[in-house]
Design a protein around this ligand. Structure first.
Ligand SMILES: [Zn+2]
Ligand SMILES: [Zn+2]
Ligand SMILES: [Zn+2]
Length: 310
């Protein structure tokens, strides 16, 4: 059981859609908070299901775009702070940009559709016969626009912040763009905290805490990578995922003897002689067999041994 175990809902086009159990707690809280919005709670439930559907479509936008550019996407998780599409995008700014933009573009596409539905339904007869339905359709317009605006705020790791990062990637490179985006994110989240205090919005405050922790770990990661990038590099070798040259240092731990080693200097561990380890990239964290790293010229001696990075 456990409150941390996602509930699997469906598999659509090879993508597993699951729901974090805390989402249900939030749903109950939301229905309770907005109990007066309609004459019956049924409409509150419908509104929540619609929100759920819109967020899912948004995440499908990310996942589909990611696959389109040659990445992997096979899982969507809906949790209280929104949806997460687990995407493994090729490490190129263009591919990243398209994957990120496709989510908000779903909301952009939905906006006119929802607006037309709402305005068609707003007739005197309909308002008299079923005022809840009219309110519901209008609320969907605002929910969709609200999600769009929130997601596009240039605050890492929201879509807007990640889009900003991908744009900065062109002039600044991968590491400095991450640093810049997380610093801007930390500045932006200060604004969110002020808004949360002004509006007495507990939810916005919680999201802000989440953003701070995410920005902070992103900044730490960027600083670590910055240090690695200043070490001497194996300029002739490239990660098959992100094409970064690995640092020429004993950063990796041998799976056989746990000693640190540099697999790009010695294909076999100098201590225990184990060969053909998988080597994780210190920049994109993908593990690839040594022979998969372009330029290694390593013999295809792939013993099934794994090595973690550092
Ligand atoms: Zn998104
Ligand atoms: Zn890499
Ligand atoms: Zn070893």
């Amino acid at each position: 059981m456990g409150w941390n175990r996602p509930i699997h809902l469906a598999t659509i086009a090879g993508i597993d859609v699951s729901l974090h159990p805390t989402w249900i707690l939030v749903a109950v809280y939301e229905i309770y908070m907005r109990a007066g919005a309609y004459s019956s709670l049924v409409w509150n439930v419908l509104e929540l299901l619609a929100l759920f559907l819109i967020v899912t479509l948004h995440e499908f936008g990310h996942a589909t775009a990611c696959r389109q550019v040659g990445g992997r996407a096979n899982r969507i998780l809906l949790w209280p702070f929104g949806g997460i599409a687990f995407v493994d995008t090729p490490e190129r700014p263009g591919a990243t940009l398209w994957t990120l933009a496709a989510g908000p573009l779903v909301n952009v596409a939905l906006a006119p559709i929802l607006a037309v539905c709402a305005s068609l339904a707003t007739t005197p007869a309909m308002v008299a016969a079923n005022p809840d339905a009219v309110v519901f359709l209008h609320n969907l317009v605002y929910i969709n626009l609200g999600l769009l605006i929130f997601n596009l705020m240039p605050v890492y790791p929201l879509d807007g912040g990640q889009i900003l990062r991908a744009l900065l990637w062109y002039p600044l490179g991968r590491i400095r763009s991450l640093m810049a985006a997380t610093v801007i994110g930390l500045a932006g989240v200060a604004g969110l905290f002020v808004l949360a205090a002004l509006w007495h919005d507990l939810w916005l405050a919680l999201i802000s805490v989440f953003i701070v922790t995410y920005c902070w770990s992103g900044l730490k990661r960027a600083r670590e990578q910055w240090k690695l990038a200043r070490l001497p590099q194996h300029g002739e070798v490239h990660c098959p995922w992100c094409h970064s040259a690995p640092p020429a240092a004993e950063l990796w731990r041998c799976a056989g003897c746990q000693q640190t080693m540099d697999p790009f200097s010695n294909a076999a561990c100098p201590q225990c002689g184990v060969r053909g380890q998988r080597v994780s990239c210190p920049y994109c964290y993908h593990a690839s067999p040594l022979s998969g790293w372009a330029g290694t010229g390593a013999a295809q001696s792939e013993a099934p041994v794994a090595a973690g990075s550092r």
